[in-house]
Write a protein that binds this ligand. Structure first.
Ligand SMILES: [Zn+2]
Length: 437
């Protein structure tokens, strides 16, 4: 009699106990796991920072407590994965140090979703690189509007929540065709097609695939994004349908201040004392001051020469080449593409010189030297050949996306107005009031 009852009790106790432990176990497991982890975390320090305006790479690394010697090593580890010369304001840095203040992990992200990470293998002492990318997707979106009195394209797009850099891109592209100050009028219509890279509901980055402007005075203009196969190619830009580039490409100064120490033309050479043609201008600059690319282009020379010292040449889209001599440091290699105003090196006194300065030279597309101070714009020729064929292909895709989005807008409209449409349709056989544009 007692036996089965005891068994029952035993079973129910076991069930209860297991039930109880099911509920309780996770907590105690977490607790026991957390304790040693916390102990490790307590002695590790993590420093985070962002690249600030005017900061170089070394200064940015210093802001997360990475000193120069360590920084050099890191740059070496990451040089194949990251183009440090393209460091942007707002890029995120994170450094983790162990209990001896030794750097054990470094991560670098240019946006929300991509991180470059190097981790010290504390047993072997070697650094291991990994790339972490969260899953994102590209989503097209159109924005259309009409200028009201007092509004501008710029103010309209900002009011609609577009990021400043995207607004600038749209305006700069259209500026090649539209003189907004003279010819923008109330009632002018604009359209922008964006491709937005999304992480959850956040926009990580945007591309302006298409933009158009239609105005009484300004006329009708369309611009399409061409994306070159070669990464960072300066051909990646906006074009008209017949291949004309829409790039405002004024020349920038190669130094932050322009002070000409010696002009272009015949002069007595400061070292040899002989009369010689000076094929460029000498610009005053402190040793170590940043030297910028005067315009976007491809690096065609990066070498040392006993006269020119450390020398860089950049070939631009119109076939002209800019030259930078006597550099202390060269920061770009032959074959790489540079943006306009990208840092390419620093002022120095290498080669045959009397002191630190930048010799800045310019060759026309035909190979003749010219006074760089007379060069104002890089002419942007039409896309030709294979590239033009690819542009036409990309334009077809963009037009397809625009049509798809227009259809989905119409469907939305029809669904929203289904009742009205049915009622009206029974009265009239004419469908012309539907918003087919
Ligand atoms: Zn010179």
């Amino acid at each position: 009699m007692l036996y089965p009852n005891m068994l029952k009790l035993l079973i129910s106790t076991i069930i209860l106990a297991s039930f109880y432990s099911c509920n309780k176990a996770p907590k105690s497991e977490v607790a026991s796991l957390m304790t040693p982890m916390r102990a490790v975390l307590a002695v590790r320090t993590v420093k985070t920072g962002e690249v600030k305006r005017g900061q170089g790479l070394y200064q940015a690394l210093k802001s997360v407590s990475i000193e120069n010697a360590q920084a050099l090593k890191l740059i070496n580890e990451l040089r194949d994965e990251i183009e440090f010369s393209k460091l942007k304001v707002g890029d995120h840095l994170e450094a983790t140090f162990n209990e001896n203040q030794k750097l054990v992990k470094f991560s670098y992200s240019q946006n929300l979703v991509e991180s470059h990470i190097v981790t010290l293998n504390e047993e072997s002492g070697s650094w291991e690189y990994s790339f972490k990318e969260l899953e994102t997707f590209w989503q097209p979106r159109t924005l259309e509007g009409e200028l009201r009195s007092g509004s501008t394209l710029e103010s309209d797009l900002i009011a609609r929540g577009l990021e400043r850099s995207v607004v600038n891109e749209v305006v700069n592209v259209l500026l090649c065709k539209v003189n907004f100050r003279m010819n923008a009028r109330k009632g002018d219509r604009y359209k922008v097609l964006l491709s937005e890279r999304k992480f959850q509901d956040k926009t990580v980055s945007s591309k302006v695939l298409f933009t158009s402007y239609k105005g009484r005075r300004a006329g009708t203009h369309e611009a399409f994004l061409y994306e070159d196969e070669e990464k960072s190619s300066t051909y990646t830009a906006h074009y008209t349908e017949n291949g004309q580039a829409l790039i405002s490409s004024g020349l920038r100064y190669p130094l932050s201040r322009l002070h000409v120490r010696s002009g272009y033309g015949w002069r007595k050479h400061p070292v040899t004392g002989r009369r010689a043609m000076h094929r460029g201008v000498d610009l005053r600059g402190r040793r170590g001051a940043k030297v910028y690319a005067a315009a976007a282009g491809k690096v065609v020379i990066s070498t040392f020469n006993k006269f020119a010292g450390n020398k860089i040449g950049i070939k631009h889209r119109d076939g002209s080449t800019s030259f930078y001599y006597h550099l202390n440091k060269r920061r770009v290699n032959v074959g790489s593409w540079v943006r306009s105003h990208q840092v390419i090196g620093t002022v120095g006194s290498t080669g045959r010189v009397t002191g630190a300065h930048l010799h800045f030279g310019f060759k026309k597309p035909n190979g003749r030297w010219m006074n760089p101070l007379n060069k104002r714009m890089i002419a942007t020729p039409k896309l030709k050949g294979v590239r033009y064929a690819k542009l036409l292909n990309q334009i077809t895709n963009i037009k397809g996306t625009l049509a798809d989005l227009a259809i989905s807008e119409e469907v939305k409209y029809l669904v929203a107005n289904l009742q009205n449409v049915r009622r009206e349709a029974s009265h009239f056989e004419d469908f012309s009031y539907l918003p087919f544009r």
